[in-house]
Ligand binder design. Structure first.
Ligand code: PSV
Ligand code: MN
Ligand code: MN
Length: 424
């Protein structure tokens, strides 16, 4: 299933009067309009291969139908997202959930749809069929050297797959931890993890990076060996310049000031990028911006300020990726909503009056500082985001276009109603 450009154009045409009115209203107050539109237009967020099927919980899974049955069909679904929003030009694979058996044809299909491959994710948190040793008690941190070796080899294998796809980063998330006090020696577990990561680091090609993701709990409920940004930062620092910390928004305890973490990691050149999602309670993997859009804006405010201070290109300087799961929504609609929410937060952050904020901070004018931030946050920037999409050949309203073009109905006709995508 591919989206025909002229159909998107037709829909845009039908909405053009309303869009023009909304756009002119908001654009009138944006001094550097062309710059803002160019930056938003250049911004892309990678789609994870595992998020294209309906997710589930340990209590059940309810298929939506028309789900991708192969990696090819997942790439095609990302092609649909990209055709509609022009901001999702890459796909991130989770191996072995998605093994690119035939890399040349995967590359060709991706290129034909205007896509490329983003970071590759390893998986040593589940036992795979025919696997020799179990990860029940961890992988890179394991007490048994043979298990550590097996997980190191898996990561090196993932790098090899990634090289064939022209990926440039390995993303590592470990479930390693303990369920009960006394179960493990924290120091030994950390040192084992470091040694294992050193072996993986040594296998990285020159132009590759390794991104170390942290998470406080789940599946282990007493300790996690890379449980917070401090532990990830420590590992990344010891490993060297190719290693940095990946921030998954759902991997924080409630109330954590994520924007402050982001600011400091960026300051230290140790921020790899993001797994975007939203959460109410824990690692809920909800649609980005669905619960706490203000936090997302505050994170982007720190990103824009910090990246500008260092002259880092917003679009390409960090890894931008979604890591969400959809239990009751159409996965493609959810992903379209997530990317829109990210673009909205980014656009709002671009509108912050930086000079005025610096002055207010310098004068300890707390009220004015808040007013400045909220002036940007409360601006309805949706027409700016739509204009950037329009100028790139995308839809004014991607979710609306997806529905009007009956994409899911077509996918169900093509693939059937009872489909189960691979992944979580
Ligand atoms: C773990 O909760 C995680 O966030 C890691 O990034 C995994 O790779 C991903 O979820 C799987 O959905
Ligand atoms: Mn994640
Ligand atoms: Mn997670």
């Amino acid at each position: 299933m591919q989206i025909e450009k002229h159909k998107v154009d037709e829909l845009n045409h039908q909405q053009s009067n309303t869009h023009k009115r909304n756009f002119e209203y908001v654009a009138a107050d944006v001094a550097n309009l062309d710059e803002v539109l160019a930056k938003v237009g250049a911004f892309n967020v990678a789609i994870p291969s595992w998020a294209l099927g309906t997710g589930g919980t340990r209590f059940g899974r309810f298929s939506g139908g028309g789900e991708p049955r192969s990696l090819e069909e997942k790439i095609e679904d990302v092609g649909v997202i990209q055709a509609l929003n022009k901001s999702s030009n890459s796909i991130s694979l989770h191996i072995p959930w998605d093994i690119p058996e035939n890399a040349a044809s995967m590359n060709a299909l991706a290129a034909q749809l205007g896509l490329h491959f983003d970071a590759v994710n390893s998986n040593t948190f589940q036992d795979q069929k025919d696997q020799k040793l179990s990860y029940k008690f961890g992988s890179l941190h394991h007490t048994d050297k043979a298990v550590r070796q097996q997980s190191v080899e898996h990561n090196i294998q993932v790098i090899k797959y990634g090289q064939e796809l022209n990926s440039k980063a390995l993303s590592v998330w470990l479930s390693d931890g303990s369920n009960f006090p006394g179960q493990l020696n924290f120091r030994k577990a950390f040192q084992n993890t470091l040694e294992s990561l050193e072996e993986i680091y040594a296998a990285l090609p020159d132009d590759w990076k390794v991104w170390v993701e942290y998470k406080p709990y789940e599946p282990n409920f007493y300790s996690t060996t890379i449980g917070d940004w401090g532990q990830s930062y420590l590992l990344a620092s010891k490993l060297g310049p190719k290693a940095s910390t990946l921030v998954d928004l759902g991997h924080h305890l409630q109330g954590t000031n994520i924007e402050q973490i982001v600011s400091l990691l960026l300051m230290e050149d140790k921020l790899a990028g993001f797994h975007f999602n939203d959460s109410k309670y824990g690692d809920d993997d909800l649609t980005v911006g669905s619960i706490n859009p203000y936090q997302l804006f505050l994170i982007f405010n720190e990103l824009v300020e910090g990246m500008d201070a260092k002259g880092i290109n917003h679009a390409t300087g960090l890894g931008w990726m979604i890591d969400a799961s959809h239990n009751v929504k159409d996965p493609i609609e959810d992903l379209l909503q997530s990317v829109q929410a990210i673009k909205i937060a980014y656009t709002q952050a671009l509108l912050v009056d930086k000079a005025a904020l610096v002055a207010a901070q310098q004068n300890n004018d707390v009220v004015l500082a808040q007013e400045i931030l909220q002036q940007a946050y409360r601006t309805d920037v949706r027409a700016l985001v739509a204009e950037a999409s329009l100028r790139n050949g995308g839809a004014i309203n991607p979710v609306d276009a997806y529905r009007k073009l009956k994409v899911r109905e077509n996918l169900i006709n093509e693939r059937g109603l009872n489909t189960v995508a691979t992944g979580l």
